[in-house]
Ligand binder design. Structure first.
Ligand SMILES: C[S@@+](CC[C@H](N)C(=O)[O-])C[C@H]1O[C@@H](n2cnc3c(N)ncnc32)[C@H](O)[C@@H]1O
Length: 253
């Protein structure tokens, strides 16, 4: 029987499908960000963009009364989200759909809240924030995390890594300025704590990669993939004072 060659994308999906989160974050941070959105009972239509398998989507459903749509480009992640939603009896309030953050399938002026963790940098902070604006009602909120520079000094190794991954880092003040330029009132921003990266993401990811490494022992793509992931963790450990995920919360005016 012919077996398909392994690709980096297959490995990325196989690594992440069983993880609670597909990027840095935590339920405590979700709650901290929600603290800026009171009163929570006004949030009836919510979209969680780049939701992955929906760790934060489920957390949102536990705190907000409304209907939540999780959207992601990978059907496998959405299938997993919908399985989890069903097992928690949340299917009357939470739905996962496959789609693109760059071409939202919602009606204009229909959403009370757009949430997005660890995903907007894939399309660019400004592109995302400006495209999403029109789907929010007047006075609707956006709450997104984005990898950002935390200092004026910007190590080249970090810049090169994120650029090669198809992303880019901007300073916090630049992103706040972009929000304001795109028609939002700036509400708050805060940096995610280190454990969001380490305990909640790198450590479970490493365990999943170790399992795959045994499954695909000796495969060249697997070796390159493992090395790439190890480099990302080492880079963070070395330069974490310079960059991190930042939550940005804004409101349409
Ligand atoms: C780092 S993961 C974060 C997942 C999840 N929000 C979390 O924090 O655990 C980024 C997610 O964005 C999704 N994504 C990237 N680009 C996308 C796009 N253009 N449209 C929809 N989803 C996208 C990926 O499939 C992935 O699930």
């Amino acid at each position: 029987m012919e077996t398909k060659p392994l690709s980096m994308l297959n490995l990325l999906l196989e690594t992440h499908i069983g993880l609670k989160r597909q990027g840095p974050g935590s339920s405590e941070v979700v709650e901290q960000a929600l603290g800026f959105l009171k009163p929570l009972n006004q949030f009836l239509r919510i979209a969680d963009l780049g939701c992955g398998t929906g760790g934060q989507t489920i957390c949102l459903a536990q705190h907000l009364p409304g209907m939540i749509t999780g959207l992601d480009m990978f059907p496998d992640f959405i299938e997993k989200l919908n399985e989890n939603v069903k097992s928690m009896n949340l299917e009357n309030r939470v739905t996962g759909i496959v789609g693109s953050m760059e071409n939202l399938p919602f009606q204009k002026n229909s959403l009370d809240l757009i949430w997005s963790e660890g995903a907007i940098d894939n399309i660019g902070f400004e592109e995302g924030i400006s495209h999403w604006h029109d789907f929010l009602k007047k006075g609707g909120f956006v709450a997104v995390t984005c990898p950002s520079w935390l200092t004026r000094e910007r190590p080249t190794a970090v810049d090169q890594f994120w650029s090669a991954a198809g992303s880019r880092l901007d300073g916090v003040s630049t992103n706040i300025e972009i929000m304001q330029r795109c028609g939002y009132q700036f509400i708050a921003s805060f940096t995610l704590p280190e454990q969001c990266w380490t305990e909640n993401y790198f450590i479970p990811r490493e365990a999943a990669i170790n399992r795959l490494s045994k499954k695909y022992a000796g495969n060249e793509t697997m070796i390159a993939y493992e090395e790439q992931n190890r480099y990302e963790s080492e880079l963070y450990s070395k330069y974490k004072q310079y960059y991190g995920y930042v939550f940005y919360i804004g409101r349409t005016i």
